[in-house]
Write a protein that binds this ligand. Structure first.
Ligand SMILES: [Zn+2]
Length: 199
């Protein structure tokens, strides 16, 4: 008698949540858990940024490379970790009432722009953003890092949602580490074994 462990079982169906997660990570069009159609991620348009000139310091090819290399990263955790590595946090100890007021006025004038709206983490620290592209020179790879504004940072990574950025900012503020960094810190079995037997 053939008693293969899978004998008689129905073929395993891939769970919907796995499909959604996979498409989300790759930036592909999908219907999310709430039944909403989420469009494919695209590289943001040039918005002629004045402060950093983000869209002129990077060639079109480099901008595409930032985008495609990001969506090649295979899990959301690794993507988040990659993004966290590109954000630098400068905690602001105290912010004057006057500067808060000025920010609010400035933001209310640009209420059309949802990315410009302040949030708690925006106020808790100052953030500096950069993007990284892989370059090749004399058959050697190296990474080029370019400082960009927040809007370009979101745009060049295929319009990261404000909610995702807030999550990254909060983890950066609380731990000054990326969310994934905490994950590897549990003691694995080998370490417990070594400790137990004092090896
Ligand atoms: Zn910019």
């Amino acid at each position: 008698m053939n008693l293969h462990p899978d004998a008689g079982k129905k073929p395993r169906k891939v769970r919907n949540s796995v499909i959604i997660r996979d498409k989300k990570v790759k930036g592909l069009e999908h219907v999310n858990h709430k039944g909403r159609l989420i469009p494919e991620k695209r590289l943001g348009e040039d918005f002629r940024c004045a402060s950093f000139k983000c869209f002129t310091v990077l060639s079109e090819q480099e901008r595409h490379a930032v985008f495609t290399e990001f969506y090649k990263i295979q899990s959301q955790n690794l993507q988040d970790s990659h993004l966290c590595g590109l954000i630098k946090v400068d905690p602001i100890k105290q912010r004057s009432r006057e500067s808060n007021r000025r920010n609010l006025v400035q933001y209310s004038n640009s209420s059309e722009d949802k990315y410009a709206r302040p949030n708690d983490y925006d106020n808790a620290a100052a953030y500096r953003y950069k993007v990284r592209t892989k370059q090749i020179d004399n058959n050697k790879y190296y990474y080029k890092e370019v400082p960009v504004c927040k809007k370009a940072f979101l745009s060049l990574h295929g319009i990261i949602t404000p909610a995702r950025l807030r999550r990254l900012q909060s983890s950066l503020c609380e731990n000054l580490k990326s969310p994934i960094d905490r994950r590897g810190q549990h003691k694995n079995n080998r370490m417990l074994y070594l400790k137990k037997w004092k090896i």
